[in-house]
Each structure stands twice: as C-alpha cells, then as structure tokens.
Design a protein around this ligand. Structure first.
Ligand code: APR
Length: 232
C-alpha cells in the first residue's frame, strides 16, 4: 500500500466492544434483547416514548462505567499526528472517541450525550435521563428525545462524509458488520475514488469481499498496530 495522504476511517460498535459496550448483532447483542422497530424508529417513539427514552437512558448511564480502549486511543493519536487530511466517521453514539481525544470526528448516527427538542429542533449536550420529560434548554418545552439517528431517518454530516470519501486515498473500516447503509456503501464510494481499502474487524463481515485488504482480530490489537505502521 503506497503511503496515503488523505485518510477516512469508519468505526462501528466493534471498536467499543472491548470497552464493555454491547454491539448490536452479536448473538447476545442489543438487537437480541430489543426490537429495532420498538426502540430505534420514529414509529416506535410515537407508539411508546417511555420505552424509547428508557432504552437510551440505560445506554447513556452505562457510559459512566466504561473508558476508551487502545483502539480509540490509537485513532486519537493518528488524528493528532497525521499531516494530511483525516476524518473519523463513527456510527457509534457512545462518547469514547471524544473522550480519547479525537477531534476530526463526525457522529453520523448522533450521540447519546445529546438531546434533540421535537418542539424547536435545537440539539443540546445532555447527560441526564430524558424519561422524566426535562425542559429544552432553548425553548423550555418538555419535548426532548435522544439525538440519535433512528432507522428511516437521514444520518448526519453526509455531505462532509461524501466529500471526504471522494478525495481520500485510504479508507479503513473498523468494527462494523457492514449491515446498515449508507455506512456500508462507503467502501464502494472510496474504491470509486481510487482509494486503497482496509478492513480491521474481529470476524469477516458482509463487506469483507469489497476491501483490498482485511485483517481479522480484536480492534485493541489491530488498530494500534496499523497506526504504528502508518506513523512509522
Ligand atoms: N474488535 C473488532 N471488531 C469487533 C470486536 C472487537 N473486539 N467485537 C465485535 N466486532 C465486530 C463484529 O465482528 C461485527 O462485525 O464489530 C461488528 C459489530 O457489528 P454490529 O453489531 O452490526 O454493529 P455496527 O456494525 O456498528 O452496526 C451498524 O446498525 O443498528 C444499527 O445504528 C446501529 O450504528 C449501528 C449500525
């Protein structure tokens, strides 16, 4: 692989697994315990807002007990040291990349530690339960929901992500099953731009055949080793 200049990294739940955060599609993952249509769709929120608020209150509270792992730390180091363009796009709604120090970071599926007001549309930093209908910091309405991108909703920052993919020369996917679009299509977008592509994942994923190179193992081992290779 020639030395890249512009790098785009995509992460999924697998990068946070070794920090103790459940993934979605593991045999005992979140989607084995909860129905997506109940807790991760606008219809589910309309039908039973209390169930949805409680689901995200539980996930937000769990962040207090976890810390970034070596993979998050390595990506934050790469962010700080890389001289060329660098963008970390995460599907994750946890704050572990933020806490590790990543700056050139976009949360395309939103963040557990933000709340969205369905009355005025304001998104605010948030670290408390939403189940008790707290008021919006901007308009005061008690109509806050988690600032999470649910299925059937448009992910955040897609213009910036598409621009980065069209000009990158290396795309790396870490800890994602490649099950959900548009993220699952990023590797093809990068290939069309002529980028080299690398998958770092515990197991082969749905997208593995699309990558120029794939390394399988735990992110806490693969990611620091890859960053060391890159920074020399
Ligand atoms: N190191 C590296 N990869 C790991 C590890 C680990 N320690 N543990 C698990 N993985 C891999 C699994 O092999 C799997 O391919 O992480 C991936 C997790 O896949 P999913 O559970 O499907 O999570 P993700 O790909 O992030 O889901 C994408 O789906 O439900 C929606 O919005 C949700 O953002 C999420 C999206």
């Amino acid at each position: 692989m020639n030395r890249p200049r512009n790098i785009v990294v995509l992460t999924g739940a697998g990068i946070s697994a070794e920090s103790g955060i459940e993934t979605f599609r593991a045999a005992d993952g979140l989607w084995a315990q909860h129905r997506i249509e109940d807790v991760c769709t606008p219809g589910g929120f309309r039908r039973n807002p209390g169930l949805v608020q409680g689901f995200y209150d539980m996930r937000r509270a769990a962040l207090a007990g976890v810390v970034p792992n070596a993979a998050h730390e390595a990506l934050a180091l790469l962010d700080a040291e890389w001289p060329g363009e660098f963008l970390l796009v995460t599907q994750n709604v946890d704050d572990l990349h933020d806490r590790a120090g990543s700056k050139r970071l976009l949360h395309m599926h939103g963040e557990l530690k933000r709340a969205l007001c369905t009355a005025c549309g304001a998104a605010s930093p948030w670290d408390a339960p939403l189940s008790n209908s707290p008021p919006c910091p901007r308009c005061g309405a008690t109509r806050l929901r988690p600032d999470i991108v649910w299925f059937e909703e448009m992910p955040y920052h897609m213009d910036a992500i598409d621009a980065a993919l069209s000009s990158c020369d290396l795309f790396v996917s870490i800890g994602t099953s490649g099950a959900v679009y548009p993220a699952a299509g990023f590797v093809s977008q990068a290939r069309r731009a002529g980028a080299a592509t690398l998958e770092l994942n515990l197991d082969p994923s749905a997208g593995t055949p699309l990558f120029g190179e794939a390394r399988h193992g735990p992110a806490s081992v693969l990611v620091p080793a890859w960053v060391d290779e890159l920074l020399g």
